[in-house]
Design a protein around this ligand. Structure first.
Ligand code: SF4
Ligand code: SF4
Length: 424
């Protein structure tokens, strides 16, 4: 089977051999009530309240929402308005640590069937840990039957090795998570899809899943963006997710590899999502490494912990260099979806020039879109043409922008163009 297109990027996986190190407990954490896709939570605590590690401090009854929990014990010192890096406004709860890390009374949930698993996953506060932040309990409850669970271990963005360390350090959790989800959701097969640049992980999974003929290991080419949902589905199963379809429409569910491992740990311990692994790297970071940090810790604490030359930093990206988001203020907290912090002493200040019709953006697009044409149709707000050009299929992978010699912001334009298309 021919694999989908992709672009070659320098991997820059400097931290791949760095065992995860626990960060010291921060003095203060700030927990935004909107850390995942879906409705923001409402704080369930007020200034002056005492909280323990694992206590719920925000919740919402909307289907597409998950609760927020504290990763420190201490006192709520503020509940205030907050603007995220993406411009979203919500409330945030600030907690000052007492340094004790006293645990709330936590009980592992009892899982007997699909409904109890989905309910437990929601209560854990989990959303996709690969960066997109889709609520996991929604993903685990598709409207149509799924026969294949794809575990996304591509981690195709340069620099990031957070998932890779999960694969090496918690291989058993990944496999147990897969077995649990497969059993409860009655999914026949699982495929662990990993890029070829991670041979150690492939070797470990192959060895440990050898006796299980319902779990396959799929080696993906080291081409960006192998981890994009439509790409990984096609390259692992040959199934095509058409415009307007969901993965479950082709019988597939895709779950990030750290997410599946966390599900198993939560079922075992009852500890909600209060910490996460973050890759800290970039040319301004003197000690690039993978750290496990309490969610809500200020970005600057992680940068200092990794000996970053703060005076030299010009740009900090939360997430990967292709799909991540610039952080306007290093005092902002890391959130549930922060899989990497990349600090650079320079930024791309090349001027944008006119399109030279070279076609590189078309050749780079893994799903065959025509970014230069989309840009032209967007400029004149031609909605019918944007529909014909299938702009809603765009995965915002950034490959077209990356290869454009005229430095045109094609992926960014596609995102704006998508907002013009009315939803059915
Ligand atoms: S951002 Fe969209 S148009 Fe550009 S390469 Fe990726 S999928 Fe294709
Ligand atoms: S890559 Fe840039 S210059 Fe080349 S066709 Fe696309 S938009 Fe035009």
């Amino acid at each position: 089977m021919k694999k989908l297109n992709g672009i070659k990027l320098k991997h820059r996986k400097h931290t791949q051999d760095c065992k995860t190190i626990d960060m010291p407990i921060p003095e203060k954490i700030t927990l935004p009530m909107a850390m995942n896709m879906g409705a923001p939570c409402t704080p369930t605590v007020k200034k002056g309240d005492k909280v323990l590690v694992g206590d719920k401090i925000g919740d919402c009854s909307a289907e597409f929402s998950v609760p927020v929990h504290s990763g420190v014990s201490g006192e709520v010192t503020a509940v205030s308005d907050y603007i995220g890096a993406n411009g979203k406004v919500c409330k945030a709860v600030e907690i000052t640590s007492d340094g004790e890390q006293e645990l709330a009374e936590l009980r592992p949930p009892v899982i007997t069937d699909k409904a109890s698993l989905i309910s437990a996953v929601r209560q854990s506060g989990l959303c996709g840990l690969g960066g997109a932040g889709f609520p996991t309990h929604i993903k685990l409850n598709p409207k149509t039957h799924v026969d294949t669970l794809i575990i996304n271990g591509a981690e195709c963005e340069p620099y990031i090795t957070a998932d890779y360390r999960e694969m090496l350090e918690n291989t058993e959790d990944v496999l147990e998570g897969i077995r649990l989800v497969k059993d409860m959701l009655e999914i026949k097969y699982a495929k662990i899809a990993v890029e070829a640049n991670k041979p150690l992980a492939i070797e470990k999974f192959t060895e440990m899943a050898e006796s299980d003929d319902t779990i396959d290991i799929v080696t993906l080419p080291s081409l960006y963006p192998q981890g994009a949902e439509k790409v990984i589905i096609y390259n692992s199963t040959g199934r095509i997710v058409q415009e307007g379809q969901l993965p479950s429409d082709v019988g597939v569910m895709v779950v990030n590899i750290s997410t599946i491992a966390y599900i198993y740990r939560y079922i075992r311990t009852g500890m909600p999502l209060v910490t996460r692994r973050v890759t800290v790297d970039g040319n301004a970071v003197k000690l690039p490494q993978n750290v496990s940090a309490v969610i809500g810790t200020p970005v600057v604490d992680l940068l200092k912990f990794c000996n970053t030359r703060l005076d030299a930093v010009k740009k900090v990206i939360s997430g990967g260099m292709m799909m991540g988001m610039c952080i306007p203020d290093v005092n902002m907290p890391i959130t549930k979806t922060t899989n990497a912090l990349l600090a650079f002493s320079r930024y791309d200040d090349r001027a944008t020039s006119a399109c030279i019709r070279c076609g590189r953006c078309v050749r780079a697009c893994p799903i065959g879109l025509m970014p230069a044409e989309i840009e032209r149709a967007y400029k004149v707000r031609n909605i019918e043409e944007l529909k014909a050009l299938k702009v809603t299929m765009c995965m915002n992978c950034g490959s077209c922008t990356y290869v454009c010699p005229a430095n045109r912001k094609l992926a960014e334009t596609n995102q704006l163009a998508k907002t013009l298309i009315p939803r059915n």
